[in-house]
Design a protein around this ligand. Structure first.
Ligand code: DX5
Ligand code: ZN
Length: 220
């Protein structure tokens, strides 16, 4: 298994000091920027869109992992690629033509992934898994940072890792929501290899140290 990656969620950053927070991530042991796009339809919250992603990209020295929580994401894939997305993940629940949307993401030059909400069965991935660079499993109901991690996630990660192994794939499994140093190791043991963390990192006193600590716990 490759090293566990840490992806700080910029939803929890201080937007008034965005460049400072981007540079903090650049200079930390974090691996990716996790960028949450919300449209007020697919999830009950609105976050930010292309101009903010472009602003982050201008200063970021690490890949942008763009998590689209929007209805019919196929309408905007090329635009997200253009403003600097490196990885684009779309919700299984948000598009009818998932296979076509993944192809569209790859054609736009990005790595493609699928996100599953908490109760969407892992089995829906069976046929599409070979097309996925990554699968993101939500460990909360999407829409807001700062929520409590749902314990059901461990079993879901195990099921997905088994499915990938059975198919001979080394699909990345990313976990998003309520990740802290308390659940990181158990998630990695279950088969996860990318951990998103928003409030745990940005609400801490020493963000750089918190990232370092989380990464050490996850890779221990
Ligand atoms: C929620 C987002 C998450 C969120 C995680 O819908 O997808 O990325 O920022 O925040 P925390 O780590 O605070 O749960
Ligand atoms: Zn997210």
């Amino acid at each position: 298994m490759s090293k566990t990656l840490i992806a700080p969620s910029m939803l929890a950053a201080d937007f008034g000091n965005l460049q400072r927070d981007v540079e903090m991530v650049n200079n930390s042991e974090a691996d990716w920027f996790h960028i949450d796009v919300m449209d007020g339809h697919f999830v009950p919250n609105i976050s930010y869109g292309m101009p903010v992603i472009q602003a982050i990209k201008k200063h970021a020295t690490k890949p942008l992992d763009v998590h689209l929580m929007i209805e019919k994401p196929e309408r905007y894939i090329e635009e997200f690629a253009k403003v600097g997305a490196d990885i684009i993940t779309v919700h299984h629940e948000s598009t009818v033509h998932l296979h076509r949307t993944l192809r569209q993401i790859k054609d736009a030059g990005c790595k493609a992934g699928i996100v599953l909400n908490l109760t969407t069965p892992i089995s829906v991935l069976e046929d599409i898994l070979p097309e996925c660079y990554m699968v993101l499993l939500m460990s909360i109901n999407p829409g807001f940072g700062g929520q409590k991690f749902e314990e059901m996630t461990y079993n879901r990660v195990k099921k997905l890792r088994k499915m990938a192994n059975d198919q001979g794939l080394d699909t990345r499994i990313e976990i998003d929501g309520g990740v802290t140093d308390k659940n990181a190791k158990a998630l990695v043991d279950a088969g996860a290899d990318v951990l998103v963390a928003g409030s745990y990192i940005f609400k801490s006193d020493n963000q750089t140290e918190t990232i370092k600590h989380l990464k050490a716990v996850a890779n221990n």
